[in-house]
Design a protein around this ligand. Structure first.
Ligand code: SF4
Length: 251
């Protein structure tokens, strides 16, 4: 069974537009898998990992109404056939597997991807990943695109957990990868430069995205972040879904 994020007693599989990165604006079906191996301070999908009775610290802890999540209320178990039925409600062929960290469940995802590509070889399969887990070759041959979001210090995740050399080398060498960095302050750029130099990642594959879950915060960061992109020949990416819908799930 696949562990899918649960929203209003339904699996969080929905049709929208890609809000970030290389395919921004592209109509896509999102399959949001539960579980993550990291614990980013500003994560906006904390309902996939910030379980009750854990010590993880999150920026929303300061909100009086914030509660950690119960796995029983936040995860839905689906068979491959059930996931396919959800996907086939829509005619769109761009599929985005996201999370959480979808590669945690890669063994179970391989038969799903095989079936999907058999049903429709035109499916374009994207994975959004934190870049800490190397894809198995059986999965890799079915994936068209990796949107790799390596985490910086601003995530407050231990570097040993968020930067895994072997996995980063895999993604850096794959022609299917692009790299998206969540930038909070201009000081984050030194870290981005260090990573891309170490792994020989070319600037045209790099997307810098402002950290924030409301349009005003994004707007404040846009001006200086665009200048940094121009200086280093990186791509700027907005968070289009936040600008359109706000910080909402399932859209
Ligand atoms: S890797 Fe992604 S899903 Fe996991 S905690 Fe960080 S931002 Fe959230």
């Amino acid at each position: 069974m696949l562990q899918i994020a649960q929203l209003h007693n339904r699996p969080e599989i929905f049709y929208s537009i890609q809000g970030e990165g290389k395919n921004i604006g592209k109509p896509s079906i999102f399959i949001r898998l539960s579980l993550c191996n990291l614990y980013c301070y500003w994560c906006d999908t904390d309902y996939t990992w910030n379980w009750e009775n854990t010590d993880f610290v999150h920026q929303n802890d300061k909100l009086p109404s914030y509660r950690k999540f119960k796995p029983t209320e936040s995860i839905m178990q689906l068979t491959i056939e059930q996931v396919i039925t959800e996907i086939q409600q829509y005619s769109c062929q761009n599929l985005v597997f996201t999370g959480g960290e979808p590669l945690i469940q890669q063994k179970k995802l391989i038969p799903l991807l095989v079936k999907l590509k058999t049903l429709n070889p035109s499916y374009h399969i994207e994975f959004e990943t934190n870049g800490t887990i190397s894809p198995k070759s059986e999965l890799d041959q079915l994936v068209n695109q990796y949107n790799v979001s390596l985490k910086l210090q601003n995530s407050k995740v231990n570097p040993k957990e968020r930067l895994k050399t072997q996995a980063i080398e895999f993604f850096a060498q794959s022609s299917k990868s692009n790299f998206k960095f969540v930038v909070d302050t201009p000081q984050d750029i030194d870290e981005v430069l260090e990573i891309i130099q170490k792994y020989a990642i070319s600037p045209e594959k790099v997307y810098l995205m402002p950290q924030g879950t409301n349009p005003q915060i994004l707007k404040e960061k846009q001006l200086w972040l665009v200048e940094i992109c121009k200086k280093y020949l990186f791509n700027y990416t907005d968070r289009l879904h936040i600008l359109i819908y706000g910080d909402k799930r399932g859209v």
